[in-house]
Ligand binder design. Structure first.
Ligand SMILES: [Zn+2]
Length: 66
């Protein structure tokens, strides 16, 4: 899994790790390390993806133990 300054992540929209907003792909106004251009994009991304990402990760961990 790729890692940035916030931790591990999964490629879900294709914008991850490219220096653009993870949800909409817009560029950032500065070089500060960040993942989303706005709180709106952050919450939309989390609503859309984080839950399924978390459960997939849990399933993967469970399989490793079998
Ligand atoms: Zn955005």
């Amino acid at each position: 899994m790729p890692i940035d300054s916030f931790g591990q992540y999964t490629i879900l929209t294709g914008h991850e790790g490219k220096g653009n907003c993870w949800f909409c792909g817009a560029g950032f106004p500065d070089k500060r390390s960040r993942r989303f251009c706005s709180n709106i994009c952050r919450s939309k991304y989390q609503e859309s993806f984080y839950w399924s990402w978390a459960s997939n990760a849990a399933i993967r961990r469970a399989k490793y133990r079998l």
